[in-house]
Design a binder for this molecule. Structure first.
Ligand SMILES: [Zn+2]
Length: 611
Protein backbone atom coordinates (compact mmCIF):
# COMPACT_ATOMS: atom_id res chain seq x y z
CA UNK A 1 0.00 0.00 0.00
CA UNK A 2 1.26 3.44 -0.79
CA UNK A 3 1.30 5.73 2.19
CA UNK A 4 3.40 8.70 1.32
CA UNK A 5 1.71 12.04 1.07
CA UNK A 6 3.69 15.02 -0.16
CA UNK A 7 3.25 16.95 3.10
CA UNK A 8 6.79 18.13 2.70
CA UNK A 9 5.69 20.34 -0.19
CA UNK A 10 3.31 22.11 2.13
CA UNK A 11 5.88 22.38 4.86
CA UNK A 12 8.30 23.91 2.39
CA UNK A 13 5.57 26.28 1.27
CA UNK A 14 5.19 27.47 4.83
CA UNK A 15 8.92 27.72 5.38
CA UNK A 16 9.02 30.21 2.50
CA UNK A 17 5.88 32.07 3.46
CA UNK A 18 6.49 31.41 7.15
CA UNK A 19 5.10 33.84 9.66
CA UNK A 20 6.99 35.18 12.61
CA UNK A 21 5.48 36.21 15.90
CA UNK A 22 4.31 39.78 15.57
CA UNK A 23 4.52 42.35 18.34
CA UNK A 24 0.78 42.07 18.82
CA UNK A 25 0.91 38.29 19.07
CA UNK A 26 3.66 38.52 21.68
CA UNK A 27 1.56 41.00 23.62
CA UNK A 28 -1.40 38.59 23.65
CA UNK A 29 0.77 35.62 24.62
CA UNK A 30 2.19 37.59 27.54
CA UNK A 31 -1.36 38.13 28.76
CA UNK A 32 -2.02 34.35 29.05
CA UNK A 33 -2.30 33.74 32.79
CA UNK A 34 -1.00 30.50 34.26
CA UNK A 35 -2.53 31.47 37.61
CA UNK A 36 -6.03 32.12 36.26
CA UNK A 37 -5.95 28.88 34.28
CA UNK A 38 -4.97 26.95 37.37
CA UNK A 39 -7.59 28.66 39.57
CA UNK A 40 -10.29 27.47 37.18
CA UNK A 41 -8.82 23.96 37.02
CA UNK A 42 -8.87 23.78 40.82
CA UNK A 43 -12.47 24.97 40.91
CA UNK A 44 -13.73 22.43 38.37
CA UNK A 45 -11.68 19.58 39.87
CA UNK A 46 -13.01 20.56 43.31
CA UNK A 47 -16.56 19.81 42.13
CA UNK A 48 -15.55 16.23 41.25
CA UNK A 49 -17.97 14.15 39.20
CA UNK A 50 -20.34 16.36 37.26
CA UNK A 51 -22.55 14.24 35.05
CA UNK A 52 -25.07 16.24 33.02
CA UNK A 53 -28.11 17.20 35.02
CA UNK A 54 -26.58 16.54 38.47
CA UNK A 55 -26.17 19.30 41.11
CA UNK A 56 -22.37 19.53 40.64
CA UNK A 57 -22.91 19.96 36.90
CA UNK A 58 -25.55 22.66 37.49
CA UNK A 59 -23.15 24.53 39.80
CA UNK A 60 -20.52 24.32 37.06
CA UNK A 61 -22.94 25.80 34.52
CA UNK A 62 -23.47 28.74 36.89
CA UNK A 63 -19.72 29.12 37.49
CA UNK A 64 -19.10 29.33 33.75
CA UNK A 65 -21.95 31.82 33.22
CA UNK A 66 -20.84 33.98 36.18
CA UNK A 67 -17.22 34.00 35.02
CA UNK A 68 -18.22 34.97 31.48
CA UNK A 69 -20.55 37.71 32.68
CA UNK A 70 -17.75 38.97 34.91
CA UNK A 71 -15.65 39.34 31.76
CA UNK A 72 -18.46 41.27 30.08
CA UNK A 73 -19.29 38.43 27.69
CA UNK A 74 -22.98 37.88 27.02
CA UNK A 75 -23.49 34.24 27.95
CA UNK A 76 -26.47 31.94 28.01
CA UNK A 77 -27.20 28.32 28.82
CA UNK A 78 -30.14 27.18 26.72
CA UNK A 79 -31.96 24.10 27.96
CA UNK A 80 -32.44 21.21 25.59
CA UNK A 81 -33.46 17.58 25.64
CA UNK A 82 -30.45 15.27 25.65
CA UNK A 83 -30.49 11.48 25.65
CA UNK A 84 -28.52 10.69 28.82
CA UNK A 85 -27.71 7.67 30.93
CA UNK A 86 -27.57 7.56 34.72
CA UNK A 87 -25.92 4.24 35.50
CA UNK A 88 -26.35 2.59 38.91
CA UNK A 89 -22.61 2.55 38.91
CA UNK A 90 -21.87 0.40 41.96
CA UNK A 91 -24.85 -1.89 41.48
CA UNK A 92 -23.21 -4.02 38.82
CA UNK A 93 -22.36 -7.68 39.22
CA UNK A 94 -19.69 -9.72 37.46
CA UNK A 95 -19.63 -13.21 38.94
CA UNK A 96 -17.77 -16.30 37.83
CA UNK A 97 -20.11 -19.31 38.11
CA UNK A 98 -17.87 -22.04 36.69
CA UNK A 99 -15.25 -23.52 37.13
CA UNK A 100 -15.35 -21.76 40.52
CA UNK A 101 -17.59 -19.18 42.16
CA UNK A 102 -16.14 -15.73 42.62
CA UNK A 103 -17.55 -12.22 42.48
CA UNK A 104 -15.34 -9.49 40.94
CA UNK A 105 -15.06 -5.82 41.75
CA UNK A 106 -16.89 -4.00 38.94
CA UNK A 107 -18.92 -0.99 37.77
CA UNK A 108 -21.82 -0.42 35.42
CA UNK A 109 -20.93 1.14 32.08
CA UNK A 110 -23.41 3.87 31.21
CA UNK A 111 -26.12 3.42 28.57
CA UNK A 112 -26.02 -0.36 28.73
CA UNK A 113 -29.29 -2.31 28.92
CA UNK A 114 -30.68 -2.83 32.42
CA UNK A 115 -30.42 -6.59 32.42
CA UNK A 116 -28.70 -9.68 33.71
CA UNK A 117 -27.11 -12.28 31.47
CA UNK A 118 -25.36 -15.60 32.00
CA UNK A 119 -23.24 -17.44 29.51
CA UNK A 120 -19.91 -18.79 28.42
CA UNK A 121 -17.06 -16.27 28.46
CA UNK A 122 -15.09 -15.45 25.32
CA UNK A 123 -12.08 -13.11 25.08
CA UNK A 124 -11.95 -10.88 21.99
CA UNK A 125 -8.88 -8.65 22.54
CA UNK A 126 -9.86 -5.10 21.66
CA UNK A 127 -13.29 -6.22 20.50
CA UNK A 128 -13.15 -4.73 17.01
CA UNK A 129 -14.69 -6.46 13.99
CA UNK A 130 -11.46 -8.24 13.04
CA UNK A 131 -11.05 -9.61 16.58
CA UNK A 132 -14.11 -11.82 16.04
CA UNK A 133 -12.63 -13.79 13.16
CA UNK A 134 -13.19 -17.45 14.00
CA UNK A 135 -15.13 -16.52 17.17
CA UNK A 136 -18.82 -17.25 17.65
CA UNK A 137 -19.95 -14.79 20.31
CA UNK A 138 -23.71 -15.39 19.96
CA UNK A 139 -25.30 -15.53 23.43
CA UNK A 140 -21.85 -15.45 25.00
CA UNK A 141 -20.41 -12.96 27.48
CA UNK A 142 -17.69 -11.05 25.68
CA UNK A 143 -14.51 -9.98 27.51
CA UNK A 144 -12.69 -7.05 25.85
CA UNK A 145 -9.65 -4.96 26.72
CA UNK A 146 -10.20 -1.21 27.18
CA UNK A 147 -6.51 -0.48 26.45
CA UNK A 148 -6.82 -1.81 22.90
CA UNK A 149 -8.79 -0.14 20.10
CA UNK A 150 -11.53 0.42 19.04
CA UNK A 151 -13.27 2.88 21.40
CA UNK A 152 -15.45 1.34 24.08
CA UNK A 153 -18.86 2.29 22.61
CA UNK A 154 -17.87 0.59 19.37
CA UNK A 155 -16.79 -2.57 21.25
CA UNK A 156 -20.28 -2.62 22.71
CA UNK A 157 -21.99 -2.07 19.36
CA UNK A 158 -19.99 -4.87 17.75
CA UNK A 159 -20.69 -7.24 20.66
CA UNK A 160 -24.34 -6.42 21.27
CA UNK A 161 -25.69 -5.47 17.86
CA UNK A 162 -23.43 -7.06 15.23
CA UNK A 163 -22.31 -10.24 16.98
CA UNK A 164 -25.33 -11.08 19.13
CA UNK A 165 -23.45 -11.41 22.43
CA UNK A 166 -25.47 -11.52 25.68
CA UNK A 167 -23.22 -9.32 27.80
CA UNK A 168 -19.99 -7.34 27.81
CA UNK A 169 -17.16 -7.11 30.34
CA UNK A 170 -14.45 -4.50 29.74
CA UNK A 171 -11.03 -4.73 31.39
CA UNK A 172 -9.75 -1.38 32.75
CA UNK A 173 -6.29 0.12 32.08
CA UNK A 174 -3.24 -1.24 33.87
CA UNK A 175 -1.76 1.15 36.45
CA UNK A 176 -0.23 1.44 39.89
CA UNK A 177 -3.71 1.57 41.50
CA UNK A 178 -6.72 -0.65 40.83
CA UNK A 179 -8.68 1.83 38.76
CA UNK A 180 -12.11 1.19 37.28
CA UNK A 181 -12.37 3.36 34.15
CA UNK A 182 -15.94 4.63 34.07
CA UNK A 183 -17.61 5.49 30.81
CA UNK A 184 -20.31 5.03 28.28
CA UNK A 185 -20.99 2.26 25.82
CA UNK A 186 -23.50 4.09 23.62
CA UNK A 187 -22.33 4.17 20.02
CA UNK A 188 -25.25 6.13 18.56
CA UNK A 189 -23.77 9.64 18.17
CA UNK A 190 -25.83 12.40 19.77
CA UNK A 191 -29.53 11.97 20.38
CA UNK A 192 -30.94 8.81 18.83
CA UNK A 193 -33.39 8.95 15.91
CA UNK A 194 -36.17 6.42 15.27
CA UNK A 195 -33.88 4.39 12.99
CA UNK A 196 -31.21 3.81 15.63
CA UNK A 197 -33.02 3.95 18.97
CA UNK A 198 -32.70 0.16 19.02
CA UNK A 199 -28.92 0.35 18.65
CA UNK A 200 -28.43 2.08 22.01
CA UNK A 201 -26.82 -0.44 24.41
CA UNK A 202 -28.72 -3.71 23.94
CA UNK A 203 -26.84 -5.78 26.53
CA UNK A 204 -25.62 -5.37 30.13
CA UNK A 205 -22.05 -4.04 30.23
CA UNK A 206 -19.66 -3.80 33.16
CA UNK A 207 -16.08 -2.72 33.74
CA UNK A 208 -13.65 -4.78 35.83
CA UNK A 209 -10.18 -3.92 37.14
CA UNK A 210 -7.08 -4.98 35.23
CA UNK A 211 -6.43 -7.61 37.95
CA UNK A 212 -9.99 -8.94 37.59
CA UNK A 213 -9.60 -9.10 33.82
CA UNK A 214 -6.30 -10.96 34.06
CA UNK A 215 -7.87 -13.46 36.46
CA UNK A 216 -10.68 -14.09 33.94
CA UNK A 217 -8.18 -14.58 31.14
CA UNK A 218 -6.16 -17.07 33.21
CA UNK A 219 -9.35 -19.03 33.89
CA UNK A 220 -10.16 -19.03 30.17
CA UNK A 221 -6.75 -20.37 29.28
CA UNK A 222 -7.41 -23.35 31.55
CA UNK A 223 -10.85 -24.20 30.16
CA UNK A 224 -14.46 -23.04 29.70
CA UNK A 225 -15.70 -20.29 32.00
CA UNK A 226 -19.28 -19.38 32.80
CA UNK A 227 -20.11 -15.92 34.15
CA UNK A 228 -23.02 -13.68 35.07
CA UNK A 229 -23.12 -9.96 34.26
CA UNK A 230 -25.78 -7.67 35.68
CA UNK A 231 -25.85 -3.92 35.21
CA UNK A 232 -28.25 -1.09 34.53
CA UNK A 233 -29.53 2.37 35.25
CA UNK A 234 -31.81 5.04 33.86
CA UNK A 235 -31.63 6.28 30.33
CA UNK A 236 -33.76 8.53 28.18
CA UNK A 237 -34.35 12.18 27.40
CA UNK A 238 -33.59 14.71 30.13
CA UNK A 239 -33.47 18.50 30.14
CA UNK A 240 -30.00 19.98 30.50
CA UNK A 241 -28.45 23.46 30.32
CA UNK A 242 -25.46 24.03 28.05
CA UNK A 243 -23.34 27.19 28.48
CA UNK A 244 -22.36 29.09 25.39
CA UNK A 245 -21.16 32.55 24.44
CA UNK A 246 -19.69 34.40 21.50
CA UNK A 247 -16.89 36.93 21.55
CA UNK A 248 -18.03 38.82 18.47
CA UNK A 249 -15.63 39.75 15.70
CA UNK A 250 -16.23 42.34 13.00
CA UNK A 251 -17.49 39.70 10.58
CA UNK A 252 -20.12 36.98 10.96
CA UNK A 253 -17.36 34.36 10.43
CA UNK A 254 -16.28 32.57 13.59
CA UNK A 255 -14.09 29.85 15.08
CA UNK A 256 -15.61 27.25 17.37
CA UNK A 257 -13.88 26.29 20.63
CA UNK A 258 -15.58 23.56 22.62
CA UNK A 259 -14.83 21.55 25.75
CA UNK A 260 -17.04 18.97 27.41
CA UNK A 261 -18.13 19.98 30.91
CA UNK A 262 -19.81 16.79 32.07
CA UNK A 263 -17.21 14.50 33.62
CA UNK A 264 -16.69 11.26 35.52
CA UNK A 265 -15.34 10.70 39.02
CA UNK A 266 -12.57 13.08 40.11
CA UNK A 267 -12.68 14.77 36.71
CA UNK A 268 -9.42 16.77 36.82
CA UNK A 269 -7.53 15.96 33.61
CA UNK A 270 -10.82 15.08 31.89
CA UNK A 271 -12.03 17.74 31.75
CA UNK A 272 -11.34 20.48 34.33
CA UNK A 273 -8.39 21.29 32.06
CA UNK A 274 -10.49 21.87 28.95
CA UNK A 275 -13.25 23.81 30.74
CA UNK A 276 -10.69 26.08 32.38
CA UNK A 277 -8.79 26.58 29.16
CA UNK A 278 -11.92 27.64 27.28
CA UNK A 279 -12.68 30.19 30.02
CA UNK A 280 -9.18 31.66 29.70
CA UNK A 281 -9.62 31.83 25.91
CA UNK A 282 -12.84 33.78 26.52
CA UNK A 283 -10.97 36.26 28.73
CA UNK A 284 -8.07 36.73 26.32
CA UNK A 285 -10.15 37.19 23.20
CA UNK A 286 -12.55 39.55 24.99
CA UNK A 287 -9.62 41.69 26.02
CA UNK A 288 -8.32 41.92 22.47
CA UNK A 289 -11.74 41.91 20.84
CA UNK A 290 -11.35 45.18 18.89
CA UNK A 291 -8.60 43.48 16.88
CA UNK A 292 -10.62 40.39 15.94
CA UNK A 293 -12.06 40.09 12.44
CA UNK A 294 -13.78 36.81 13.23
CA UNK A 295 -15.71 35.84 16.33
CA UNK A 296 -14.95 33.10 18.83
CA UNK A 297 -17.87 30.82 19.68
CA UNK A 298 -17.33 29.22 23.08
CA UNK A 299 -19.10 26.06 24.12
CA UNK A 300 -19.07 23.83 27.19
CA UNK A 301 -20.65 20.62 25.93
CA UNK A 302 -23.14 18.53 27.89
CA UNK A 303 -23.91 14.86 27.36
CA UNK A 304 -20.40 14.03 26.19
CA UNK A 305 -19.84 11.31 28.78
CA UNK A 306 -23.27 9.88 29.51
CA UNK A 307 -24.97 10.84 26.30
CA UNK A 308 -22.15 10.58 23.72
CA UNK A 309 -21.68 13.93 22.02
CA UNK A 310 -25.25 15.07 22.69
CA UNK A 311 -24.29 18.70 23.31
CA UNK A 312 -22.07 19.27 20.29
CA UNK A 313 -24.56 17.51 18.02
CA UNK A 314 -27.45 19.52 19.46
CA UNK A 315 -25.52 22.75 18.93
CA UNK A 316 -24.83 21.82 15.30
CA UNK A 317 -28.40 20.71 14.59
CA UNK A 318 -29.89 23.80 16.26
CA UNK A 319 -27.53 26.44 14.85
CA UNK A 320 -26.99 24.68 11.52
CA UNK A 321 -27.39 27.72 9.27
CA UNK A 322 -24.92 29.79 11.27
CA UNK A 323 -22.33 26.98 11.52
CA UNK A 324 -22.72 26.09 7.86
CA UNK A 325 -22.44 29.66 6.64
CA UNK A 326 -19.87 31.08 9.03
CA UNK A 327 -17.77 28.57 10.96
CA UNK A 328 -14.20 28.40 9.64
CA UNK A 329 -12.52 26.00 12.09
CA UNK A 330 -13.22 23.88 15.15
CA UNK A 331 -10.94 23.25 18.11
CA UNK A 332 -11.85 20.55 20.61
CA UNK A 333 -10.47 21.36 24.04
CA UNK A 334 -10.25 18.10 25.97
CA UNK A 335 -7.48 16.91 28.29
CA UNK A 336 -4.97 19.23 26.71
CA UNK A 337 -2.17 19.03 29.26
CA UNK A 338 -1.97 16.11 31.65
CA UNK A 339 1.18 15.36 33.67
CA UNK A 340 4.40 14.43 31.84
CA UNK A 341 3.26 16.48 28.82
CA UNK A 342 6.18 18.55 27.59
CA UNK A 343 5.89 18.29 23.81
CA UNK A 344 3.88 20.68 21.68
CA UNK A 345 1.69 18.66 19.35
CA UNK A 346 -0.93 19.43 16.76
CA UNK A 347 -3.13 17.54 14.36
CA UNK A 348 -6.00 18.31 12.09
CA UNK A 349 -7.61 18.71 8.73
CA UNK A 350 -5.13 18.80 5.82
CA UNK A 351 -6.46 22.26 4.89
CA UNK A 352 -5.11 23.73 8.13
CA UNK A 353 -2.30 21.33 8.93
CA UNK A 354 0.51 23.36 7.36
CA UNK A 355 -0.71 26.44 9.22
CA UNK A 356 -0.93 24.56 12.52
CA UNK A 357 2.52 23.05 12.19
CA UNK A 358 4.21 26.30 11.24
CA UNK A 359 2.41 28.30 13.94
CA UNK A 360 3.01 26.01 16.90
CA UNK A 361 6.51 25.04 15.76
CA UNK A 362 7.38 28.71 15.68
CA UNK A 363 6.23 29.08 19.29
CA UNK A 364 8.13 25.93 20.32
CA UNK A 365 11.30 27.28 18.70
CA UNK A 366 10.83 30.64 20.38
CA UNK A 367 10.57 28.87 23.75
CA UNK A 368 13.20 26.20 23.11
CA UNK A 369 10.55 23.53 23.71
CA UNK A 370 10.09 20.32 21.73
CA UNK A 371 7.53 19.93 18.98
CA UNK A 372 6.06 16.77 17.51
CA UNK A 373 5.09 16.59 13.86
CA UNK A 374 1.61 15.15 13.30
CA UNK A 375 1.25 11.67 11.82
CA UNK A 376 1.77 11.88 8.07
CA UNK A 377 -1.76 10.70 7.29
CA UNK A 378 -4.85 12.45 8.60
CA UNK A 379 -7.63 10.05 9.52
CA UNK A 380 -10.42 11.84 11.36
CA UNK A 381 -11.37 9.76 14.38
CA UNK A 382 -14.98 9.27 15.34
CA UNK A 383 -14.41 10.24 18.95
CA UNK A 384 -14.41 13.28 21.25
CA UNK A 385 -17.10 15.73 20.08
CA UNK A 386 -16.02 15.60 16.43
CA UNK A 387 -19.60 16.38 15.47
CA UNK A 388 -18.64 18.88 12.76
CA UNK A 389 -17.01 16.59 10.18
CA UNK A 390 -20.26 16.17 8.25
CA UNK A 391 -21.10 19.85 7.92
CA UNK A 392 -17.53 20.27 6.70
CA UNK A 393 -15.82 22.45 9.30
CA UNK A 394 -12.07 21.73 9.38
CA UNK A 395 -11.18 20.30 12.76
CA UNK A 396 -7.88 20.96 14.51
CA UNK A 397 -6.33 20.00 17.81
CA UNK A 398 -3.60 21.79 19.77
CA UNK A 399 -2.32 20.19 22.93
CA UNK A 400 0.69 19.08 24.92
CA UNK A 401 1.83 15.52 24.29
CA UNK A 402 4.25 13.37 26.23
CA UNK A 403 7.61 12.00 25.12
CA UNK A 404 7.82 8.20 24.53
CA UNK A 405 9.69 7.69 27.79
CA UNK A 406 6.57 8.78 29.71
CA UNK A 407 4.36 6.11 28.08
CA UNK A 408 4.77 3.74 31.00
CA UNK A 409 3.96 6.41 33.61
CA UNK A 410 0.77 7.40 31.84
CA UNK A 411 -0.52 4.00 30.75
CA UNK A 412 -3.55 3.51 28.48
CA UNK A 413 -5.46 6.16 26.52
CA UNK A 414 -6.27 9.17 28.68
CA UNK A 415 -3.94 7.84 31.43
CA UNK A 416 -4.43 4.80 33.68
CA UNK A 417 -6.57 7.05 35.92
CA UNK A 418 -9.01 7.82 33.05
CA UNK A 419 -12.57 8.48 34.31
CA UNK A 420 -11.75 7.18 37.78
CA UNK A 421 -11.41 8.56 41.33
CA UNK A 422 -7.66 8.77 40.64
CA UNK A 423 -8.13 11.52 38.04
CA UNK A 424 -7.21 14.10 40.67
CA UNK A 425 -5.43 17.45 40.45
CA UNK A 426 -2.01 15.75 40.60
CA UNK A 427 -2.70 14.34 37.09
CA UNK A 428 -2.67 17.91 35.73
CA UNK A 429 0.40 20.05 35.28
CA UNK A 430 0.06 23.85 35.54
CA UNK A 431 3.16 24.41 33.41
CA UNK A 432 1.93 22.06 30.66
CA UNK A 433 -1.44 23.76 30.77
CA UNK A 434 0.20 27.17 30.43
CA UNK A 435 2.13 25.95 27.38
CA UNK A 436 -0.99 24.40 25.81
CA UNK A 437 -2.92 27.61 26.45
CA UNK A 438 -0.25 29.71 24.73
CA UNK A 439 -0.14 27.44 21.69
CA UNK A 440 -3.89 27.42 21.43
CA UNK A 441 -4.07 31.18 21.90
CA UNK A 442 -1.64 31.77 19.05
CA UNK A 443 -3.55 29.42 16.73
CA UNK A 444 -6.87 31.02 17.66
CA UNK A 445 -5.51 34.52 17.34
CA UNK A 446 -4.28 33.92 13.81
CA UNK A 447 -7.50 32.20 12.79
CA UNK A 448 -9.40 35.18 14.20
CA UNK A 449 -7.26 37.94 12.72
CA UNK A 450 -5.56 36.88 9.48
CA UNK A 451 -7.53 38.57 6.68
CA UNK A 452 -7.06 35.56 4.39
CA UNK A 453 -7.83 32.20 6.00
CA UNK A 454 -4.63 30.11 6.21
CA UNK A 455 -6.13 27.10 4.41
CA UNK A 456 -4.08 25.18 1.87
CA UNK A 457 -6.57 23.57 -0.48
CA UNK A 458 -3.94 21.63 -2.44
CA UNK A 459 -3.23 19.64 0.73
CA UNK A 460 -6.87 18.52 0.67
CA UNK A 461 -6.45 17.48 -2.97
CA UNK A 462 -3.31 15.52 -2.09
CA UNK A 463 -5.14 13.79 0.73
CA UNK A 464 -8.02 12.90 -1.60
CA UNK A 465 -5.64 11.57 -4.27
CA UNK A 466 -3.87 9.47 -1.67
CA UNK A 467 -7.19 8.04 -0.43
CA UNK A 468 -8.32 7.29 -3.99
CA UNK A 469 -5.00 5.57 -4.69
CA UNK A 470 -5.48 3.29 -1.69
CA UNK A 471 -9.07 2.53 -2.69
CA UNK A 472 -8.14 1.89 -6.32
CA UNK A 473 -5.57 -0.63 -5.21
CA UNK A 474 -8.05 -2.34 -2.88
CA UNK A 475 -10.67 -2.51 -5.68
CA UNK A 476 -8.39 -4.76 -7.76
CA UNK A 477 -10.00 -3.50 -10.98
CA UNK A 478 -13.55 -4.55 -9.98
CA UNK A 479 -14.59 -0.89 -10.06
CA UNK A 480 -12.51 1.69 -11.86
CA UNK A 481 -11.80 4.85 -9.93
CA UNK A 482 -9.82 6.28 -12.83
CA UNK A 483 -12.35 9.02 -13.58
CA UNK A 484 -12.29 10.09 -9.94
CA UNK A 485 -8.51 10.21 -9.89
CA UNK A 486 -8.53 12.34 -13.03
CA UNK A 487 -11.04 14.71 -11.44
CA UNK A 488 -8.95 14.84 -8.30
CA UNK A 489 -5.89 15.74 -10.42
CA UNK A 490 -7.82 18.63 -11.99
CA UNK A 491 -8.93 19.71 -8.52
CA UNK A 492 -5.31 19.56 -7.33
CA UNK A 493 -4.13 21.74 -10.20
CA UNK A 494 -6.81 24.37 -9.55
CA UNK A 495 -6.31 24.15 -5.80
CA UNK A 496 -2.59 24.83 -6.28
CA UNK A 497 -3.43 27.88 -8.39
CA UNK A 498 -5.86 29.07 -5.74
CA UNK A 499 -3.29 28.56 -2.96
CA UNK A 500 -0.80 30.59 -4.97
CA UNK A 501 -3.37 33.36 -5.40
CA UNK A 502 -4.49 33.36 -1.76
CA UNK A 503 -0.85 33.27 -0.64
CA UNK A 504 -0.10 36.36 -2.73
CA UNK A 505 -3.25 38.02 -1.48
CA UNK A 506 -2.22 37.33 2.11
CA UNK A 507 1.14 39.00 1.39
CA UNK A 508 -0.59 42.07 -0.08
CA UNK A 509 -2.93 42.20 2.92
CA UNK A 510 0.07 42.27 5.26
CA UNK A 511 0.79 45.78 4.00
CA UNK A 512 -2.86 46.74 4.17
CA UNK A 513 -6.09 44.78 3.90
CA UNK A 514 -7.84 47.92 2.63
CA UNK A 515 -8.89 47.74 -0.98
CA UNK A 516 -8.74 43.92 -1.07
CA UNK A 517 -12.10 43.28 0.61
CA UNK A 518 -13.78 41.64 -2.38
CA UNK A 519 -10.82 39.40 -3.13
CA UNK A 520 -10.57 38.35 0.50
CA UNK A 521 -14.28 37.55 0.58
CA UNK A 522 -13.99 35.45 -2.58
CA UNK A 523 -10.91 33.61 -1.28
CA UNK A 524 -12.31 32.85 2.17
CA UNK A 525 -15.78 31.98 0.89
CA UNK A 526 -14.35 29.55 -1.63
CA UNK A 527 -11.97 27.83 0.78
CA UNK A 528 -14.74 27.30 3.33
CA UNK A 529 -17.10 25.96 0.66
CA UNK A 530 -14.53 23.47 -0.59
CA UNK A 531 -14.49 22.02 2.95
CA UNK A 532 -18.30 21.98 3.05
CA UNK A 533 -18.40 20.08 -0.24
CA UNK A 534 -15.53 17.62 0.24
CA UNK A 535 -15.29 16.88 3.97
CA UNK A 536 -18.60 14.99 4.25
CA UNK A 537 -17.51 12.77 1.35
CA UNK A 538 -13.91 12.38 2.50
CA UNK A 539 -14.54 11.84 6.21
CA UNK A 540 -18.06 10.50 6.80
CA UNK A 541 -20.21 7.58 5.83
CA UNK A 542 -23.55 9.09 6.80
CA UNK A 543 -23.01 12.46 5.16
CA UNK A 544 -23.77 16.01 6.12
CA UNK A 545 -26.92 15.77 8.21
CA UNK A 546 -26.35 12.59 10.21
CA UNK A 547 -23.52 11.30 12.39
CA UNK A 548 -21.37 8.17 12.12
CA UNK A 549 -21.32 5.90 15.17
CA UNK A 550 -18.88 6.67 17.98
CA UNK A 551 -15.55 4.92 17.53
CA UNK A 552 -16.73 3.49 14.21
CA UNK A 553 -13.84 1.51 12.84
CA UNK A 554 -15.57 1.05 9.49
CA UNK A 555 -15.13 4.72 8.73
CA UNK A 556 -11.97 5.19 6.69
CA UNK A 557 -10.91 7.74 4.08
CA UNK A 558 -13.80 8.26 1.61
CA UNK A 559 -15.86 5.73 3.59
CA UNK A 560 -18.69 5.41 1.06
CA UNK A 561 -16.16 3.79 -1.30
CA UNK A 562 -14.58 1.54 1.29
CA UNK A 563 -16.73 -1.39 0.05
CA UNK A 564 -14.49 -1.75 -3.03
CA UNK A 565 -12.30 -4.07 -0.95
CA UNK A 566 -15.31 -6.32 -0.26
CA UNK A 567 -16.24 -6.21 -3.94
CA UNK A 568 -12.80 -7.49 -4.90
CA UNK A 569 -13.32 -10.49 -2.61
CA UNK A 570 -16.75 -11.47 -3.99
CA UNK A 571 -17.70 -13.69 -6.94
CA UNK A 572 -18.66 -11.35 -9.83
CA UNK A 573 -21.59 -13.63 -10.69
CA UNK A 574 -23.07 -13.42 -7.21
CA UNK A 575 -26.11 -11.26 -6.48
CA UNK A 576 -24.28 -9.76 -3.53
CA UNK A 577 -21.50 -8.58 -5.83
CA UNK A 578 -23.90 -6.96 -8.29
CA UNK A 579 -25.88 -5.24 -5.53
CA UNK A 580 -22.75 -3.91 -3.84
CA UNK A 581 -21.36 -2.73 -7.16
CA UNK A 582 -24.54 -0.74 -7.79
CA UNK A 583 -24.16 0.99 -4.44
CA UNK A 584 -20.48 1.71 -5.07
CA UNK A 585 -21.17 3.21 -8.50
CA UNK A 586 -23.54 5.66 -6.77
CA UNK A 587 -20.88 6.42 -4.15
CA UNK A 588 -18.43 7.08 -6.97
CA UNK A 589 -20.92 9.52 -8.50
CA UNK A 590 -21.28 11.31 -5.17
CA UNK A 591 -17.49 11.70 -4.88
CA UNK A 592 -17.31 12.78 -8.52
CA UNK A 593 -19.83 15.58 -7.96
CA UNK A 594 -17.96 16.81 -4.90
CA UNK A 595 -14.61 16.85 -6.69
CA UNK A 596 -16.11 18.64 -9.69
CA UNK A 597 -17.69 21.28 -7.50
CA UNK A 598 -14.50 21.75 -5.47
CA UNK A 599 -12.47 22.25 -8.68
CA UNK A 600 -15.04 24.72 -9.99
CA UNK A 601 -14.96 26.70 -6.74
CA UNK A 602 -11.16 26.93 -6.84
CA UNK A 603 -11.13 28.15 -10.43
CA UNK A 604 -13.90 30.66 -9.79
CA UNK A 605 -12.17 32.13 -6.72
CA UNK A 606 -8.71 32.21 -8.31
CA UNK A 607 -10.19 34.29 -11.16
CA UNK A 608 -11.75 36.69 -8.66
CA UNK A 609 -8.44 37.26 -6.95
CA UNK A 610 -6.33 39.71 -8.90
CA UNK A 611 -2.57 39.94 -8.70
ZN1 LIG B 1 -12.55 14.32 28.37
Amino acid sequence: MQNSIPWDNHRAYYAVRGMVLTGFEKEVLEEVSKERCWEHVKWFAGEGEKLSGTPANERSVDYILDTLRGLGVAAEAPRFQAWLGFPRIHDAEVKVLEPEERALECITLAQCASASAEGGLVYVGGGGLKDYEGVNARNMIVLADFSKPPARPWKNYVAGVLKGAAGLIVISHAGPMRALNRGTVKSVWGNPIPENLGDVGRIPAAGVTREGGEYLRRLLEAGPVRVRVSAGGLRGFYGVRQPMARVEGREPAFVLLGSHMDAWASAASCNALGCASTLEAARLMTRFRPKLSRGLQLLWFQGHETGIMSGSTWYLDTYWDDVNANCVAYLNNDTTSMIHSTVYSVDGDPALRGFLVSTVKELAEEEGASFREPRPMYVPSKTGDQSFLGVGVPSVRVQMGHPPEADKLIGGGGGWWYHSEYDTLDKCDPEAMYMAEKAQTLVLLRLLTLPVLPYRVEAVADWTLWALGELDEAAKETLSLESLREKAEVFKERAAALDEATGDLAERCKKSAKGHEEEVEAANGCMVRVSRVLNPVNYTLRGRYDQDYYGAEYVQPIPALKGVADLAALNPDAEEYKALRTRLVRARNMASDALGEAAWLCEYAAEKIGG
